[in-house]
Design a binder for this molecule. Structure first.
Ligand code: ADP
Ligand code: MG
Length: 737
């Protein structure tokens, strides 16, 4: 079953021996290369808007307005009142690698502007029609000029203009049929654009921003510069959000460790949301830092009783040589020097803030060590008695296991204690903080208590089977990229490793299932999925794989097998729901567990999963049962290659409509005529699946792996981790050349 995903669907495979002579290698035309590169920089309309707005901000604008038609595919219009573009620069404005912001490599160390690659505008001209209208100070009139494929279509024409620059991008991706299709199918990009402008508006509070649909007189974001940060947040995200925010700041100026300053606003315990909003600016650049986001979420989930995700606005300033802005072609994900200690410091600051802030809040969480039962910590600083506490606390902890720790009451009492704010000294706060810190750390290590010794055993087995060397690698590695469908390249110190993402993700999911045992959040299916159909589907697939073209088992028999499986699953229904969050009802699958936050498994694998659940689980022995169900879930959630073959490169041939008629000539990719003959809808679907997976590997798997994975010893020898090169040795080799 494992190999199915990477195998092409057999009925459509063309024969491999099409021709005995190797195909000619040709140089791609420059315009094709540029179009491919442009498609990487500008992945979707919102990415174009980000580049344009950053250019406006780099041009010292105080007002930036954005108009969008058809989710940006028809029209993007960004106008600013910045310093404009010189007339003499217009001819090279949209050539690749033309920038006013950087001239030599060393400038990168000190760069303050957001752009510097000179790639954004050029890219847009390869995948859309760009028209620039601009006027510089002291000029009587402005100029308007259109660009295509990096060059001006005509001499700049004089025109009337108001201060600044207006850039219009029309028909984005007009020459990338599959991309256009994907974007048309997927949700309109407009909400992403609104979200983007909202973030800029919060950070650049002295700039007026507006964002609207083209032709509409109502702006969806509209801010007036010059307000306070909190006002800006209120204007953009609403009063209800602003009300539940607390200001936070922390800094460290110890040059031996790290120098940084963080300021921001974070939500308090009254804030309720299903999704985290994290607005992060590092050195005034809007970025993502998945590791930081997860670390913050962890503090919230470990510290607050409510299952709410936080709202975070955070602005971090670091010496610019501590940020590698170059890591990503779109400059979106950054990597930081001393990232771990920075994250630790920020975690502690948020933790302390959450604890000291609200006077009526209850902190409750579970600490576990193998010998100690669950510990409850509650803190109240108001004078009100905390009768309500017990109601808030999780019902899952047996009362006789509740112990409260308090520096003044070391023995623990079975009733809630409360503290008077006026009496609580700094010392006490500190000891609370210390205990809370150990709670968070314990949560991070996920040694949670449960009633099942067999589960404890399984969790302990993971701990005792860790390979310390691999653990170091996992904790401190840098993700480089995918090497092929199964292996990713990562760097650790001066070594490069290949790591099998299917294996590590499977192991990670397995460990997560055991850690979240009986405490899963739910993924609700949009409609109940009938087990009968799914099992039949899986049985047919299985037959195709094992028997090829031989005579089929008759459908009656398959139906009987399916019914028996359903019967069996029905018997185990309650257990599967309570312990593993797999909910089935009336012969349908209703809900699946969240094994890793923000990750949804490949739904194409549900049939295989159900079949495996019914057949590969040992139901007799408790320990075996927990282990096998976890393994089956892990296999389902693992990041296998998508079932549709990868349409990029060679894989495109599986999507040809008239494969027999297409001659050898047409095998060379990225030919316009070629694009028209493939099943575009399917290609688009496959492209989405593959890019989604790649994104998940980089932004979900690796960050979670750093936090949670305990790599077992066998991974050092079974080909999961393979050291491929030592950079030192490589350098030495190069030196000799
Ligand atoms: P980069 O921002 O990396 O320099 P871009 O392709 O985004 O590259 O822009 C190229 C150049 O065009 C910039 O360096 C800048 O000089 C100029 N430019 C682009 N947009 C504007 C604008 N809105 N106002 C003034 N100058 C601009
Ligand atoms: Mg730019």
């Amino acid at each position: 079953m494992e190999s199915r995903a990477s195998d092409p669907p057999s009925p459509t495979s063309p024969s491999p021996s099409r021709s005995s002579s190797p195909p000619r290698i040709r140089r791609l035309e420059a315009s094709v290369v540029n179009r491919i590169a442009a498609g990487e920089v500008i992945q979707r309309p919102s990415a174009a808007v980000k580049e344009l707005v950053e250019n406006s901000l780099d041009a010292a604008s105080t007002s930036v307005s954005v108009s969008v038609k058809d989710g940006g595919l028809k029209l993007l219009l960004v106008s600013d009142d910045g310093h404009g573009i010189r007339h003499e620069d217009l001819p090279i404005l949209c050539e690749r690698h033309t920038t006013s912001k950087l001239s030599k490599y060393e400038d990168l160390q000190t760069i303050k502007s957001m752009g510097f690659r000179g790639e954004a505008l050029a890219s847009m001209t390869y995948v859309g029609h760009v028209t620039v209208t601009t006027i510089t100070e002291g000029q009587l009139h402005g100029y308007r000029v259109s660009y295509r494929d990096g060059v001006m279509e005509h001499e700049p024409k004089p025109c009337a203009a108001v201060k600044g620059t207006q850039i219009m991008v029309e028909n984005l991706f007009y020459n990338m049929a599959a991309r256009r299709k994907t974007l048309q199918n997927s949700n309109d990009d407009y909400p992403k654009i609104v979200d983007l402008i909202s973030r800029f508006a919060v950070h650049y509070m002295n700039v007026n921003f507006s964002c609207r649909k083209y032709g509409s007189n109502r702006a969806d974001v509209h801010t007036v510069g010059g307000s306070s940060r909190l006002d800006a947040i209120r204007t953009v995200y609403g009063a209800s959000v602003a009300r539940d925010l607390m200001e936070i700041s922390v800094s460290d100026d110890n040059p031996t460790r790290l120098i940084f300053k963080m300021e921001g606003f974070i939500s308090n315990s009254n804030y309720l949301a299903k999704k985290t909003t994290m607005i992060l600016f590092i050195n005034d650049r809007l970025v993502d830092c998945t590791a930081l986001k997860r670390a913050v979420e962890l503090v919230y989930s470990a510290t607050l009783p409510k299952a709410s995700k936080p709202f975070i606005y955070m602005s971090i300033n670091l010496p610019s040589d501590h940020v590698d802005v170059n890591i990503h072609p779109t400059k979106r994900e950054v990597s930081l020097l001393n990232q771990d200690s920075l994250i630790d410091t920020i975690q502690s600051a948020i933790e302390a803030k959450l604890m000291s802030s609200n006077s009526t809040r209850i902190f409750q969480t579970q600490v576990v060590s193998s010998s100690l039962p669950t510990t409850q910590i509650s803190t109240r600083k108001d004078k009100e008695h905390s009768i309500a506490n017990s109601g808030v606390q999780s019902q899952k902890i047996p009362v006789n296991q509740m112990v409260r720790t308090d520096s003044r009451d070391p023995f623990g009492r079975l009733h809630s204690y409360w503290k008077d704010g006026s009496q609580s000294s700094k010392q006490e706060k500190k000891s609370d903080l210390a205990s809370m810190r150990s709670v968070v750390v314990a949560r991070r290590n996920w040694k949670e208590n449960t009633d099942f010794t067999s589960l404890d055993q399984l969790v302990r087995e993971i701990d005792s089977n860790v390979h310390p060397g691999l653990l170091d690698i996992v904790k401190d590695c840098t993700y480089i990229g995918l090497a092929d469908e199964v292996f990713a390249v990562l760097q650790y110190n001066t070594y490069l490793y290949l790591v099998n993402v299917v294996n590590v993700s499977k192991e990670l999911m397995y460990q997560q299932v055991l850690r979240r045992f009986s405490k899963f959040n739910a993924i609700q299916l949009s409609e109940p999925a009938p087990l009968q159909d799914l099992l039949l589907m899986a049985l047919r697939d299985e037959e195709l794989e094992t028997r090829g073209d031989e005579t089929e088992t008759n459908d009656d028999l398959k139906e009987k097998i399916a019914l028996m499986n359903i019967e069996l699953l029905k018997e185990k229904e309650d257990m599967l729901e309570d312990y593993f969050g797999i909910k089935m009802e009336d012969g349908s699958l209703i809900r699946l567990p969240v094994v890793l936050d923000q990750y949804i498994p490949d739904m194409d694998r549900i049939p295989e999963f159900l079949l495996s659940l019914a057949n590969d689980v040992d139901w007799d022995d408790e320990r075996e049962c927990f282990q096998t169900v976890s393994a089956v879930l892990a296999n389902f959630y693992a990041m296998h290659p998508p079932i549709l073959p990868n349409p990029s490169g060679d894989g495109i041939r599986y999507y040809r409509k008239n494969r027999e008629e297409v001659g050898l000539e047409a095998e060379i990719l990225v030919d316009k005529s070629d694009e028209e003959q493939v099943d575009e809808e399917l290609v688009a679907e496959a492209e989405t699946a593959w890019s989604q997976r790649e994104w998940n590997i980089q932004h979900v798997l690796f960050p979670s792996m750093r936090l949670f994975l305990k790599p077992p010893k066998c991974m050092a020898t079974d080909g999961t981790f393979v050291q491929v090169a030592s950079l030192e040795k490589l350098y030495r080799v190069f030196e000799r050349c």
